[in-house]
Write a protein of this length. Structure first.
Length: 386
């Protein structure tokens, strides 16, 4: 359905969790780009400090996640709310429910498959009926892969396979990202094979990145839930380099470690195992002010005996999430925006335009193919597509 929610309301954007690492950067980007912004959260002092620091006229909304009435009041005053807090991981997702109830578009930065599936299943129909867009995973994970796959798939009809592999270096997980990774490692993961299928443990294989061959393991990336919405694909897999997850010598043991995490997640061994994993990953309980990560996202599309490849690279998997979320949220405030219900990034923004805009944040991309053994055409970003 395509109803515009409350067209008379001001085209403002609320950022819940605005004083967190990514939330602050989203708010700062929106203010920098001239948007009317409401920063929301539970702590008055932190919000007031941020408001003074931001170079713009921002409004403060002090609201607890358990205060449904006040959450809805905030959502009623704006066109879109960005959930940058851990609240999307809560089964009830109070921010999303308040957004849908008030006819406000909803954007979040979740990378959790279970949270996204629950959002679509429980609120998708109501959101569509109310003219509200649901855009979870509007961050590093999901959005970049969703856009580059959409771009590479143009003109190719039904795809037999899409394989997405992440190579991340310098990752030092902390806070919510560390908790989510540790919990995710021990849970069944979704992949796509003519429908959603559950994998109980990851499998490993070798993938050739621009830097050379590396071992990857099945990874529960959120784009499993978004890409099949708009790309006709029979089988979709997502993987990550094992060296991102564990020290390189332990790469072949990732499937075993995942089974161990699953067994201990609800046992007395949960805390000791988590402490060990934190040390192995050089993680911490708080996010530092420096994002040392660099990444490559390699995409291989297969159909009718041909292969087409795509590649996205950049630095700062946390820092680049801010312009991604801000850009998606900004799109929902435009007068011609009329999409509603569960949505993927490529359903609301043009992939080429959006990826090109991210070049100022150090993100580059390329699409090559179709190929047999050598490229026949190459598109390079800040780029174009064949």
């Amino acid at each position: 359905m395509t109803h515009s929610p409350c067209p008379a309301r001001r085209p403002a954007i609320a950022v819940y969790g605005a004083t967190g690492y990514t939330g602050e950067r989203i708010a700062r980007k929106l203010v920098h780009d001239g948007h009317d912004v409401v920063i929301a959260g539970r702590t008055r002092g932190a919000l007031e400090n941020l408001a003074r620091d931001l170079d713009g006229d921002v409004e403060i909304a002090i609201v607890d996640l358990d205060d449904r009435e006040r959450l809805e009041a905030v959502c009623t005053r704006v066109r879109t709310v960005v959930n940058a807090a851990v609240a999307f991981a809560r089964p009830e997702n109070p921010v999303a429910r308040a957004a849908v109830a008030s006819g406000c578009h909803y954007v979040d930065i979740s990378s959790d498959q279970a949270a996204i599936a629950r959002l679509f299943d429980e609120l998708g129909d109501e959101a569509a009926a109310r003219g509200t867009a649901l855009l979870p995973a509007s961050a590093f994970y999901a959005t970049l892969a969703d856009l580059i796959v959409s771009l590479a798939a143009r003109g190719h009809g039904t795809l037999e396979t899409v394989d997405i592999s992440y190579r991340i270096t310098g990752w030092q997980p902390s806070g919510v990202s560390l908790d989510n990774w540790l919990e995710g490692l021990g849970r069944p993961m979704l992949q796509y094979d003519a429908g959603f299928v559950t994998r109980r443990a990851p499998t490993t294989r070798s993938v050739r990145f621009p830097q050379g061959d590396e071992r990857v393991a099945t990874y529960p990336a959120p784009e499993i839930l978004t890409i099949p919405r708009h790309v006709d694909v029979q089988r979709l897999t997502t993987s990550m380099t094992t060296a991102t997850m564990v020290p390189p010598p332990l790469g072949p043991a990732v499937p075993l470690l995942a089974r161990l995490a699953s067994v201990t997640e609800r046992s007395p061994m949960r805390r000791p195992v988590r402490r060990l994993a934190t040390r192995m990953l050089r993680g911490s309980t708080a996010r530092s002010g420096d994002d040392p990560t660099s990444f490559d996202i390699l995409v291989e599309l297969g159909t009718a005996g041909t292969r087409r490849s795509a590649h996205v690279s950049g630095t700062g998997i946390f820092d680049c999430s801010a312009p991604i979320a801000a850009g998606i949220a900004a799109r929902t405030t435009q007068d011609d925006f009329a999409a509603a219900g569960p949505l993927a990034a490529a359903e609301v923004v043009d992939p080429t335009t959006f990826l090109d805009a991210l070049s100022e944040h150090g993100i580059t991309y390329a699409v090559t193919g179709p190929t047999s053994t050598t490229p026949t055409a190459r598109d390079t970003g800040t780029g174009s597509s064949a």
